[in-house]
Design a protein around this ligand. Structure first.
Ligand code: PLP
Length: 376
């Protein structure tokens, strides 16, 4: 099997599986006062420290959630309920993941002004455009670091630094799901107030995420109840999944640069081979994370291609190009021409992928070009 769908989810590593199983075996509730509870609490705190270290954060700034979707909902609705009482504008981009976009849509219906910064004609989002969209009435700027469909890197660091200077009361949120432990992200450099993370994109388990909230920043809780996570996120913590998250971070934190180099070589090879092949186009060329490549095979439908590759045990994504028959608005926002939008494939890597696998993918795509029916 060749797995090129790592932006959708990644294979849990052996260390992660071991950590989750050991968490299931030590089944105590971390809120219990007896020994089993204390052991679970210790495991949870050990994982929190590893995750915090990987992000350049303090352990007390990390709050566990069920997924990055919950983290971003917490950030956006929390900002709206706090600073948003006085300031009714939110700046975001037009290419956010639905976990951010849908929250902004809802707040728009409730009366907030939402400014969605779009990529320019060259397909890039410019820091200047984000900076100039924010003003004194802005309660929140929410921008992703790496786009999940194209891999485009958004200049969050530059935008946030300038907005912080001009509008110090504005909260700054970054969805770092496709960047964490893939690019060298540290809280200090990124300059956000709130960051969303997910474990299953970094070889950790599904169903566990985290929200990093800068010390001193206060937003209200989304979930009320037993007061877990120091009162911020109620609900019994999933210690097994937290331990799996910690194990994933522990394994990857020291190899960000090394993996980036390796994956860059894979991306370069794929891009070069696409450029040498008539009818196959790489959708966004520069300033991309090497982990995600969006390409189009002109004249062939994404879903047909996806299943053609699946029959050869090559797993890719249709790049959300056709979600329930609709074209992706994100791909359109990035300026992918109409005739290529139905033909998008998202190839997403992890460090375990190889150059030989890229060659197999290209052979299969060329076969598809010569054997599959064209879109009319
Ligand atoms: N943000 C981005 C950029 C993503 O790619 C994803 C998942 O695809 C999410 C958020 C949601 O993550 P989770 O599955 O942990 O809710």
């Amino acid at each position: 099997m060749i797995y090129f769908d790592n932006a959708a989810t990644t294979k849990p590593s052996d260390a992660v599986i071991k950590a989750v199983i050991s968490g299931l075996e030590q089944f105590g509730n971390p809120s219990s006062l007896h020994r089993l509870g204390l052991e679970a609490e210790q495991q949870r705190e050990q994982a929190r420290k590893i995750i915090a270290d990987a992000l350049g954060a303090l352990p007390e700034e990390i709050f566990f959630t069920s997924c990055a979707t919950e983290s971003s909902n917490t950030a956006i609705f929390g900002a709206a309920a706090s600073v948003g009482k006085r300031k009714k504008k939110i700046v975001t981009t037009s290419v956010e993941h639905p976990s951010v976009a849908a929250c902004c849509d809802k707040l728009e219906q409730e009366g907030f002004e939402i400014v969605r910064v779009q990529p320019r004609e060259d397909g890039k989002i410019y820091a200047e455009d984000i900076i100039s969209a924010a003003d004194d009435n802005t309660c929140l700027v929410s921008c992703m670091l790496v786009n999940n469909e194209t891999g485009s890197i958004i200049p969050v660091e530059r935008a946030f630094a300038a907005i912080r200077k001009k509008h110090p009361q504005t909260l700054l949120h970054c969805d770092c799901v496709q960047g964490f432990l893939k690019l060298p992200i540290k809280t200090k450099k990124l300059g956000a107030d709130i960051i969303s993370l997910s474990a299953h994109k970094i070889h950790g388990p599904k169903g566990i995420g985290a929200v990093w909230i800068r010390k001193g920043v206060h937003i209200p809780s989304l979930l009320l109840g037993g007061g877990q996570e120091r009162g911020f996120r109620s609900g019994t913590e999933s210690v097994p999944l937290i331990m799996g998250f910690g194990a994933a971070c522990g394994e990857l934190a020291s190899t960000v640069g090394e993996r980036f180099e390796k994956v860059s070589r894979l991306r370069d090879r794929l891009v070069r081979l696409c450029e040498q092949t008539e009818g196959i186009f790489v959708n966004i060329g520069s300033e991309c994370s090497p982990y995600i490549v969006s390409l189009s095979v002109e004249g062939l439908k994404s879903e047909v291609l996806l299943h053609f590759l699946e029959q050869r045990e090559i797993y890719v994504s249709s790049g959300s190009a056709c979600s329930k028959g609709k074209k992706s608005t994100v791909i359109k926002e990035f300026g992918v021409p109409d005739k290529l939008r139905d033909s998008v494939l998202r190839i997403s890597f992890c460090a375990e992928n190889t150059e030989a696998e890229i060659d197999e993918l290209m052979t299969a795509l060329r076969e598809a070009q010569s054997s599959l029916a064209r879109i009319r």
